[in-house]
Design a protein around this ligand. Sequence first.
Ligand code: NAD
Length: 464
Amino acid sequence: MNVAIIGTGYVGLVTGACLASLGHRVVCVDVRQDVVDTVNRGEAPFFEAGLPELIKAQLAAGRFAATTDLASAVTGADITCIAVGTPSTAHGIDLSYVTSAAALVGDALRSHLRRHVVVVKSTVIPGSTDGAVRDALFAHAGPAAAARVGLCANPEFLREGSAVSDFLTPDRIVIGESDEEAGSLVASLYESFTCPIVRTSIRNAELIKYTSNSLLALLVSFSNEIASLCEAIPGADADTVMDGVHLDRRLTMVHDGLAVRPEILSFLRGGSGFGGSCLPKDVTALRAFARTLGVATPMLDATVDVNNSRPGQIVDLVERAVGGLNGRTIAVLGVAFKAGTDDLRESAALKVIEQLRARGAGEVRAYDPAVSPNRAGQVEAILTRTPMEAVVNADAVVIATAWPEFRELDWGALAQAMRAAIVVDGRNALSGVSLPPVVRYIKVGTAANTPLAALPTSPSRSPN
Ligand code: NAD
């Protein structure tokens, strides 16, 4: 199949390179010449494991290229996927990148007489694909094009940090289709996959994406609410509590006779909150969309409220440990929204840094294995090249992203270089690591180090 992909970002580029590796001929389009040049050199414009190798291999095989020439990419293709951004606005999402791309695709298809399917891969609120996107597409392609141009929504579920393997071994493919023929053409892109393929209406497909991300966000906020509660109960430990909860047989899968811990359990853990380009934006958009329908969303509202308060609660732990932040030097390890990516969008680490500064920290230095110091303008901290540069003479370290390499650091040497060897682990990323005794280690979701005090009991009933 010949495929054009509009938008060469995390989703568009991974989709393009992976579809090429399945044998399709793919052209990725972007408005940014620098992105196109980078990709055509065999590099990825962002950090994603395995992606540069895949791009190089597909360029060499002659099945893959990038261009700024949208019209020629579209007219040379059977399927065009729109994978441009849908950023948050105060009222939901900004659909303008998607509708602009659809209009340009429509222009290209106006005099194109072959059958073509336009696929919305971007995450869009229900009604967008067969509403604003359809309108933009056919206003430009002309009404006669409706007979030969199909429209589908095929949301993407890849996760940054494991995007290539997620794409190539998906748990599901969801195709919302304007008509069966269009859906079948899109399904044929994925014919080598063995996962379930959900063929449904366009609106259901759009909703499946939002509902999936909202469920994950809800689990994170639920776990963080329990973690905050544990932080107020001397002797409690949220990790132990959640370990006990995870053993519920309904949360366990059995594979080859052995109990397997499903990955969803990693969302049932206390931490600093969810971030990234998807979860915060998608929950916000779904809430806003529900409001336009007059539907209340108290669960989604609470999910966002808990998440917004979590970075401040992590900073509370730091503030209590160092005895006031005024003039203190704090090191933050991890800036990306999660390990395995250099994406800073909505990162909880950035919110921790903001709060540290707002509450008077004298100097905040941050280190992230994937975020180079030349991105200093995007972080309100001094970005360092090594963990040691970040922690030297610091009054405390906050672990804000769960990079596995933080477990391997020489914590003895780091502790020695610090003014006070206090480690606040906002992700419980060092759980199980043996730290030198000099380190005062404070996990999220625990007040285990505070003396056991009597807890308030239910107020006794008044005789009346
Ligand atoms: P991104 O910002 O990384 O990439 C978007 C790209 O589109 C940019 O390179 C931009 O220059 C380009 N672009 C914008 N307008 C264009 C146009 N008219 N023609 C050509 N190129 C254009 O975005 P992303 O993270 O890949 O997200 C894309 C969509 O996929 C969003 O709706 C997002 O919610 C969704 N999504 C993202 C992820 C993720 O992990 N990032 C996962 C699933 C779904």
